[in-house]
Design a protein around this ligand. Structure first.
Ligand SMILES: Cc1cc2nc3c(=O)[nH]c(=O)nc-3n(C[C@H](O)[C@H](O)[C@H](O)COP(=O)(O)O)c2cc1C
Length: 249
């Protein structure tokens, strides 16, 4: 599976509708802040100059439905639409899973912006495995669509294999791993291989994919699919996705 990865402030319906037909099986809109606390945190992030989607609470559902409409009406693309979400509670994510056209809700256990982490959201979930397990289980047990969890590799104090197993045990459909390796311009392929060896969950490998070679390396390491973010920022896919073999769930 070839996935367009989320970039807050960038990956809206229009951005995804233009790139989806270029070989993606799934596109991700967001990340969106979807409860009062994360929306407030997002506004503080914007104030210090970082880009975010700033959607008021009353308009979140409508906004997401609009983005999905834009992706579906502009082309005959038949892939999945995932929505990357930051929330202090599972219930807001479950609400989004019930919107028509949402194929996947993605729990953001990846964001390392301090304002989000202070709320116990994003990457801070990785340091609280019990909470992450309960959070994911509740979403999985109540969502009306598939569930993905996006995590980051090489977070100090985190056992990523244990975290990956608990996300699998909680019943998530996809594990989306930013295999970031600090101070390296490429992904940590050893982590992808170790997660593949330790789990059976559908594994989407992410980080620094910019051409066929880096995508193939991610697949050779054991990923079932791969995702791309920064290499798409100019609104173009910089290489031919159609020649690459991936798994499909
Ligand atoms: C501007 C920007 C915004 C991002 N926003 C999000 C986000 O909201 N949620 C998320 O899970 N990841 C977010 N990411 C991380 C990307 O999805 C991806 O994991 C990361 O950039 C590494 O992949 P890449 O090397 O293909 O860019 C963001 C990345 C960038 C550059």
């Amino acid at each position: 599976m070839k996935v367009l990865a989320p970039m807050a402030g960038i990956t809206d319906g229009l951005f995804c509708s233009k790139l989806a037909p270029k070989g993606f099986d799934m596109v991700t809109i967001g990340g969106y802040n979807i409860d009062a606390l994360t929306i407030d945190a997002g506004e503080r992030i914007i104030q210090r100059g970082r880009s975010e989607f700033d959607i008021p609470l009353y308009d979140i559902s409508n906004h997401i439905k609009q983005q999905i409409k834009i992706i579906r009406e502009n082309n005959s693309w038949k892939g999945m639409i995932s929505v990357n979400l930051r929330s202090t509670t599972p219930s807001s994510i479950i609400d989004i899973s019930k919107l028509p056209g949402v194929d996947v809700v993605e729990i953001n256990a990846h964001c390392r912006q301090p304002e989000i982490m202070e709320l116990g959201c994003g990457q801070s979930l990785l340091n609280h495995p019990d909470k992450l397990y309960k959070f994911t289980s509740e979403v999985v047990n109540n969502a009306l669509c598939r569930v993905s969890v996006k995590i980051r590799a090489n977070v100090t104090g985190t056992d990523i294999i244990a975290v990956s197993k608990l996300i699998q045990d909680a019943g998530a459909d996809f594990l989306h791993v930013d295999a970031m390796k600090p101070d390296h311009p490429h992904a940590d392929h050893n982590i992808i291989s170790a997660i593949k060896d330790g789990t059976d969950i559908f594994l989407i490998g992410n980080n620094s994919i910019k051409d066929g070679e880096s995508a193939n390396k991610m697949m050779s390491a054991g990923a079932d699919g791969f995702s791309i973010a920064r290499a798409l920022i100019k609104g173009e896919v910089p290489f031919d996705l159609s020649t690459l073999e991936t798994g499909y769930p």
